[in-house]
Ligand binder design. Sequence first.
Ligand SMILES: [Zn+2]
Length: 172
Amino acid sequence: MIRPILIHPDPRLKKVCDPVTEITPDLRKLAEDMLDTMYDAPGVGLAAPQVGVTKRLLVMDCVKGPDLPQRPMVLFNPSVTWASEDLNTYEEGCLSIPDQYADVERPARVRVAWTGIDGLPQEEEFEGLWATCVQHEIDHLNGKLFIDYLGPLKRQMITRKMEKLKRERARG
Ligand SMILES: [Zn+2]
């Protein structure tokens, strides 16, 4: 089931999300819905607060190319346990900030620990787009957006565009 994606600015996108203490059937259904919503958008990552649920859960699939098999990933309570000193710059976007893109510099490689949808602990090192994506999505769980890395003028410009977009959408 596809869920509506919140558009910035929204107070739920600024909250530090709560840890997941138990992976209930409702949360497993939420994860499935988030994957459906992400693929439909289309996007490579989605965090629970973006669909209005302020819990520490994200989904992602950074496999590129229609001929490659999908790799849907569900991460509960993800945390970065190691980050490389070398950095990488990607032009990032966000499903909660449609059609706006900007360069963001982040560690090129990160090791992330999380709880899988089966409740088991997992850890993996990510690089390339996967590394950028997982850091961007973990930021969401801490109430942080990619535009928070930009200068105040650029950030305000984008926020005003989003306020206008939301007014237009509300009018239908
Ligand atoms: Zn985002």
